[in-house]
Design a protein around this ligand. Sequence first.
Ligand code: GLU
Length: 550
Amino acid sequence: MNELLKKIIFSDVKKQAAEYEELYAARGESAKVVTRLGPSPTGFIHFGNLYGAYINERLAHRNDGIFYLRIEDTDSKRQVEGAKEEIIKALDHFDITFDEGAMATGDLGNYAPYEQSKRRDIYRSFAAELLTKGLAYPCFLTEDEIADIRKKQEENKQNTGIYGEYALYRNLKEEEAVKKIEDGCEYVLRLKSTADIKVDIEDGIRGKLSMPANDMDVVILKKDGMPTYHFAHVIDDHLMRTTHVIRGEEWLSTLPIHIELFAHFGWEPPIYCHTAQLMKIEDGKKRKLSKRKDPELALSFYREKGYFKEAVMEYLMTLINSSFEEWRCENPGEDINSFEFSLDNMSKSGALFDIVKLNDVSKECLARMSEKSITRGLKSWANEYGIKQQGVKKAVIDAIIHEDEDRLAKMLSVGRNGNNPRKDLAYCEQIAEFIAFFFDEGFAVEDELPAEVPEEDAVNILNDYLQKRRGKNTSEGWFSDIKDISERYGYALKPKEYKKNPDMYRGHVGHVSTVLRLALVGRSNSPDIGEIQDILGKEKVEERIREYLS
Ligand code: GLU
């Protein structure tokens, strides 16, 4: 059927569809699970991409399968230069790596090309097959005509689209269609829906899905001859032998189209797994994350703030699999990849994204990580993103970049050991702010003397301290020196004593050490001042005290 039309429309097609079947042979036993990520290179990579990528990656790799990257770039209007490289780089940062597909260095694997823009011949060959089977036709409706149809359908409260009586060119005689094409009329190729292929499938996440048959004559090839998503992904997922298509639930409504296409080719569809949308609660209401309102939707946000990939992935897994948190509690030291990831525990309703929870997970994660790993992460963040940050001074970032790794690790270790280790840092920008005072570039006296300590006392306290520390190279005994000084100036050795008899004392030992803290850290709150003195070193301690006094 339609041989003449085929000749005219598909004069460029060299290979028969069957030849592609042979070229892209079925994968062997070793690839029982084959998943893919199919991002469109629009230049904006969001948290949802990483969420989907991680599910795909885990499903493939937990089952010794294959995970590949396919760039879905059939929409030339939405292309952005360098976007493919950006996607690869952004995912690589989170350790999402592919076994095959589009790589920064080119295609890797036997199912190439992995960029849809380079698969034009393949799609066209399969579209030609549908045409000759009488399951596709050229449609000459103009955009204005389509808009009018839509208006009418809306007025009649009917489904919008090209179907049934609205599919004006569905039954056009072949000669007439040929003539129109020869006359230079523009056209798209539409599916000639048989409207009788019901959806009765098992969704990998949602379970049994029953949906009515598609009846829309959807576009399969656009005016420029390139395929739509509906058509391209069916051809690709079949030829690339994908076993599981994991994609957002926004595709659920068009699933009947995809199932119909698979049926017309006589192919077994992959297992579709429709993931829940990422939602956010705002003013007590759930809503979708939005590019405009939520900076945290962009993946770049996490890299710029300096979140550790371990923390982000840990958080993602808590969103993805409801049993993960329990597993983590039972296995605090285990590599996340040992978690038995499964599609069974996945949320079917919207996955709730919550940055406060992400920060909590991140703090726990950092508390488990070694200072060495944190140091390395901090350094590489400082090099790549640090200077773009608003909160931390550029000079501090520079100092971090040039600081010796061991010394940095010591700064980071302050307050991390002992019974109640600190768990208040979630990402590099915060960490940099936290250690800024160690560097002269980031040091400033921000707080006032405690009300209990007159300025005259503060001068005496610090002068005495300098005296007492003479000849002592480490912080050992610093607190007993502070105690001596406290006694000397009438400060109670225990806060309790002072509280009981406030008239007998000027304040207590805590107020005295606050004076030292102000001189060394600039703030009245800080982690252990002994550890801090050891890192600053004797000379710097003396210098800061003298400066404070001057
Ligand atoms: N290119 C599609 C998107 O970016 C991919 C959907 C799919 O994974 O099938 O939404």
